[in-house]
Design a binder for this molecule. Structure first.
Ligand code: C2O
Ligand code: CU
Length: 530
């Protein structure tokens, strides 16, 4: 293992991901940002220099941050904002591997472009010998209106809780848009580049697919090519081959594609589904509803022409759902921890306040990040920017009895509304013990229906409308871990809580002031692109 250094400069830049030019909250001038790569065991030092003209932060989605909770990047939970013109160093060691990503956890900057992949290679990966090359692919939705304009809507007393709809979708930062719908004075090109992946016939490819959307769930497919799932979020699974793969927000799938078809171009399709009531009255000019975001799988040697391949039948019942959790089995058998130290019932809801405004809540409490301390100026002057826990929407648990290595927390996510919600827990991957559907009401399920034997392990799970999902995780990571719906608009409305884990241990953590470390480059255990 080595130490790797990355410099990320955050700067607002005019870009046209789908052909429509708008200011983008970019990383090193691009969005998605560069692929951060490391090997298992490496330490990474990431210098984030904020030139947004606005505060910022970066969260490392799926990274456990064991012992480094203060680098989890959640403004108002684990750190203060990184002020404009300030460089903040994230510094952590990766005792894990797989497909992750990074994104802003401040305001809704993630929607404006602050997001990118984070991949940790593992040469001991049992699938390593099963493919020749690998690609990273991000899916996202895309809004033409900066969130600086959209967000105040959420604060308005008239806000009724419908989510703003995107204008288009992107595959690895590229999308198409029909400029006829754009306002007159905009800069817009209807013939934008299409995301294209070149493969060689006879080779096998691992695609690491990440849904980085604010609102959109995708049903993903590549014409003529069944895809074999080998990794879910960052956890290896036994192979499952599917033609279409539903991918909710923040989830990741690694799939193996066998380039065994005639040399030609094949359509890549990411079918948009929106899983919540949407607001047709917002300032969106056009709506990205019910269509495919497309890319091209191009065999080496194929002519430059658009694919005419045929889509797999769209299974609309996959919209707003996960791949059947019963079909996904962890590659490595794992013992579900048994020493339950806390059972949390989390009622997920929308609430209409007396003012008429709608907020989102967990147990009827709407989360508000504590951004009160210290001030930007004090951070610039050297006040420690790390947050101590505040206790808004907090659930606190310590291990006081039994085998604490085996300590477990159960969260019953009781969804009391007609939306589906992709719920994410920081600092952990969890066992999905129960993923209810079509329940009438939110009655807690019977333990006899739980899967304790081989439940799917992931970090983001879809909770179906008016249904309950039960997750369990090993409470072995002292820190404050955010727990929230990954629909950005629901998060901004307060659909979040904090898990304050083993405070008797982490209250003694000393937070570093200054880090000096030697940065050494080293070969990555990845396979180059095709
Ligand atoms: Cu992608 Cu709070 O996380
Ligand atoms: Cu939600």
């Amino acid at each position: 293992p080595v130490t790797r250094c990355y410099n990320l400069e955050l700067v607002v830049k005019d870009l046209a991901p789908d052909g429509f030019t708008r200011p983008v909250w970019s990383i090193n001038g691009q969005s998605p940002g560069p692929i951060l790569q490391a090997n298992y065991g490496d330490r990474i030092l990431i210098n984030v220099t904020n030139k947004f003209g606005d505060p910022a932060s970066i969260h490392w989605h799926g990274i456990f941050q064991n012992g480094t909770n203060f680098y989890d990047g959640i403004v108002g939970v684990t750190q203060c904002e990184i002020p404009d013109k300030v460089t903040f160093l994230y510094n952590f060691t990766l005792k894990q591997y797989g497909t992750h990503w990074y994104h802003s956890h401040f305001l809704a900057q993630i929607v404006d472009g602050l997001r990118g992949p984070l991949i940790i290679y593992n040469p001991k990966d049992p699938y390593y010998g099963k493919y020749d090359y690998e690609y990273v692919m991000t899916l996202s939705d895309w809004y033409h209106t900066p969130t600086g304009i959209l967000l105040p809507l959420f604060r308005a007393d008239t806000y009724k809780g419908a989510d703003p709809i995107p204008d288009s979708g992107l595959i690895s930062g590229l999308g198409q848009y029909d400029c006829k719908a754009a306002p007159k004075n905009s800069t817009c090109n209807s013939n934008n580049k299409v995301a294209t992946y070149v493969v060689k016939k006879g080779k096998k490819y691992r695609f690491r697919i990440i849904n980085t959307s604010a609102l959109v769930h995708y049903i993903f497919s590549i014409d003529n090519h069944p895809l074999t799932i080998i990794e879910v979020d960052s956890e290896l699974v036994k192979p499952v081959t599917l033609n279409t793969i539903p991918i909710n927000i923040a989830q990741r799938y690694s799939v193996i594609l066998d380039a065994n078809q005639p040399i030609d171009n094949y359509q890549i399709r990411a079918h948009i589904s929106i899983c919540t009531p949407i607001d047709n009255l917002t300032i969106n000019y056009n709506s990205a509803l019910n269509y495919n975001v497309t890319g091209i799988l191009k065999y080496d040697g194929a002519k430059d022409k658009l694919p005419i391949s045929k889509a797999y039948p769209l299974n609309t019942s996959e919209a707003c759902r996960d791949v059947n959790p019963n079909s996904l089995k962890p590659y490595y058998e794992k013992q579900v921890p048994k020493n339950v130290i806390s059972t949390i019932k989390a009622l997920v809801n929308f609430n209409t306040l007396s003012t008429g405004k709608t907020v989102a809540s967990i147990n009827n409490s709407s989360f508000v990040p504590d951004t009160s301390y210290p001030t930007n100026q004090e951070i610039v002057e050297g006040v420690n920017p790390y947050k101590l826990p505040n206790y808004d929407n907090a659930y606190v648990y310590d291990c006081n009895s039994g085998d604490c290595n085996d300590a477990a927390v159960d969260i019953y996510i009781l969804n009391n509304n007609t939306d589906s919600h992709p719920f994410h827990l920081h600092g952990h991957r969890f066992y999905v013990l129960y993923n209810g559907e079509n329940q009438t009401g939110i009655k807690p399920p019977h333990k006899s229906d739980f899967n304790f034997k081989d439940p799917v392990i992931r970090d983001t799970v879809t909770v179906l409308p008016n249904s309950t999902t039960v997750i369990r995780y090993n409470a072995n990571n002292p820190g404050v871990w955010f727990f929230h719906c990954h629909i950005q608009w629901h998060l901004n409305m307060g659909m979040a809580a904090q898990m304050i884990e083993l405070p008797s241990i982490f209250k003694n953590t000393t937070i570093p002031n200054d880090v000096t470390a030697l940065c050494v480059g080293d070969d990555l255990d990845n396979k180059s692109k095709g």
